[in-house]
Design a protein around this ligand. Structure first.
Ligand code: MRU
Length: 355
């Protein structure tokens, strides 16, 4: 049996006067450094530039950002407090568009405030408790995803993953990496191939860092090597995370995921998505309704302090793509494995959320 030393990616320190402490993921793998945020502007900036990233971690950051934004509200006027809360939520919602967990967490904070009575001081404390609960629930959901998915990874398997859907992308432990941690804890040896994940290299900077830190055999490959790895018989299954899953099972994830799913289909390799229930969006009937973030071309032209394309060349930089449900063998959630992937199977398993 092996143990996993978990990283606490983001947490609230202290009481209402405290702050949000998060790993600054832009510095990894060179440096493991905590960043303290004390106002919603700092949280917004951290989400925008990917100091905190990954759908569940973004949701937690937003919930804690709400507390930072309303705790200084002066006075007892409940209606004015609600207006302030709405303003803070609108501001945080503008940080990034694709990960639904951001909007899910902000809605949950608003609903919590609505049900928390008229005493503004008490509502602030209830909101702080709710933000901490969102973090703790995410950690528990990730553990459960690990248990649901671990049997998919037999001893000796080769597992391909794309981007980072590990502890760093969540409260701790991860979504796509959770079954890997659980299989490792159960004593099985296997190899993970981590797509490097251009342009921001979440695979090589973050996934390889956290898996090797946990003692899991990990090999980094450039994104354009995935097809060859499959052809060479090195990959038995693929597991990725997701930023938003539509009602029919179409799943948005880091740009390049769709290509991996097509390659997996061509090689008859099962492609799994791992995600908590907070990543499903029943307001999106299918993947075409999922908003896709487009990021600065500078991330392609000038990555990591070096010119990588001519200054004046056009670059197209969508941050996510959508993998159609028919390419997904199963979705690993904290409530169980959804297989086959379809509208009916999803709503049956997640009935509480959709109802
Ligand atoms: O742009 P990022 O780094 O926030 O993108 C993250 C991903 O695409 C992850 O795979 C996804 O959020 C799942 S995280 C558990």
């Amino acid at each position: 049996m092996n143990t996993t030393t978990t990283l606490r990616t983001i947490e609230w320190l202290g009481d209402l006067d405290g702050c949000v402490s998060m790993i600054d993921q832009t510095l990894l793998p060179q440096e493991l450094k905590m960043l303290e945020c004390r106002d919603p502007e700092a949280i917004w900036e951290a989400i925008k530039v990917l100091r905190v990233r990954g759908a569940p971690a973004i949701g937690i950051a937003a919930a804690m950002g709400v507390v930072l934004g309303v705790r200084g509200f002066d006075g007892t006027d409940r209606a004015a407090f609600t207006a302030k809360l709405d303003e803070v939520c609108d501001f945080l919602a503008s940080a990034r568009p694709t990960a639904v967990n951001l909007f899910w967490a902000l809605d949950r904070m608003k609903r919590t405030a609505l049900g928390a009575g008229d005493d503004v001081g008490a509502v602030k404390l209830v909101l702080l408790a709710e933000a901490k609960l969102i973090r703790d629930e995410d950690a528990a959901m990730c553990r459960a995803i690990g248990q649901v998915g671990q049997s998919l990874i037999p001893a000796g398997a080769g597992v391909l993953t794309h981007c980072n859907a590990g502890g760093l992308a969540t409260a701790e432990y991860g979504t796509a990496l959770a079954p890997m941690y659980a299989a490792h804890e159960a004593g099985r040896s296997f190899r993970v191939y981590a797509d490097e994940t251009r342009p921001l290299l979440q695979g090589s900077r973050l996934t390889a860092w956290e898996l090797s830190r946990a003692g899991i055999d990990v090999v980094v490959n450039c994104d354009n090597m995935a097809g060859l790895l499959m052809k060479e018989g090195k990959i038995d299954l693929v597991i990725t995370g997701s930023d938003r899953i539509a009602a029919n099972g179409d799943a948005a994830n880091k740009i390049g995921t769709y290509s991996v799913a097509v390659l997996a289909k061509a090689h008859d390799i099962p492609f799994y998505v791992a995600a908590p229930s907070s990543t499903f969006d029943f307001a999106c009937p299918d993947g075409s309704a999922i908003p896709i973030e487009e990021r600065s071309p500078a991330e392609i032209r000038h990555g990591f302090g070096r010119k990588t394309a001519p200054d004046d060349v056009s670059c197209y930089c969508p941050a996510f793509d959508v993998t159609p449900a028919e390419l997904i063998r199963g979705i690993i959630t904290e409530r169980g494995l959804i297989q086959p992937v379809g509208r009916a199977e999803i709503s049956t398993l997640l009935a509480e959320k959709s109802g």
